[in-house]
Design a binder for this molecule. Structure first.
Ligand SMILES: [Zn+2]
Length: 211
């Protein structure tokens, strides 16, 4: 059984997730811990619970989602994993980070590529990777069929959807991906988004005003 802990980090309140199971191996998704305080919250939680980080995953590489990627990668000696199309956003973050309030942003390039059909394993947990561009090129979601949840990044939110007005965003592609790849999941699947509270596929299919 996978346990999930959510930490809203940095000025964008991005949801960083820690996923683990009874083996204590864990995955860190969208490391947004930017300040020293936030980095301590993350590492403190992992230490207190005796967890062993073995995967460092990104749903996409917008600046709020990568703000702690270099820190976590170095601290736990993990190779960051993201879709290769995310690299352009990391280059942009290096140049323009200060515009978004990240004056001392340290970046690292993803070292392991994620793509449609990949299966991420840690402990006894399996996450299936699907590609869901439309908010940003290189957006992926992670689906756990055993425990019935999906990590959606900035693609699908509680009562909202991701922005499509940023570079590489495309409204029609975003809607099509949500309809074809997320709303086709069983309605009881929980949705853990890149920002805001958790929801379910069924609730969003029924009541999300954008869908
Ligand atoms: Zn984003």
């Amino acid at each position: 059984m996978t346990s999930i802990q959510r930490f809203p980090f940095n000025p964008f309140q991005v949801n960083t997730y820690i996923l683990w199971d009874e083996t204590k191996e864990c995955a860190i998704i969208d490391p947004g811990c930017y300040s020293a305080d936030e980095q301590e919250i993350l590492t403190g939680f992992i230490a207190e619970n005796g967890l062993k980080p073995v995967r460092l995953l990104n749903t996409h590489c917008h600046i709020d989602h990568i703000a702690g990627m270099a820190f976590v990668s170095h601290y736990y000696s993990l190779q960051p994993e993201a879709h290769p199309a995310g690299l352009a956003f990391i280059r942009h973050s290096e140049k323009a980070g200060f515009v978004y309030g990240f004056d001392n942003l340290e970046t690292i390039d993803p070292q392991l590529p994620l793509k449609e059909g990949d299966i991420i394993r840690f402990g006894k947990t399996e996450l299936h990777v699907i590609e869901t561009p439309g908010h940003a090129d290189g957006s992926v979601c992670f689906i756990c069929h055993t425990d019935k949840f999906v990590i959606t990044g900035d693609v699908l939110f509680h009562q909202s959807i991701g922005r499509s007005d940023l570079p590489t965003g495309d409204y029609d592609v975003l809607i099509k991906n949500i309809r074809d790849k997320l709303l086709t999941l069983p309605p009881d699947y929980k949705v853990y988004s890149g920002h805001g509270p958790e929801t379910t596929i069924g609730y969003e299919a029924y009541s999300n005003p954008f869908l």
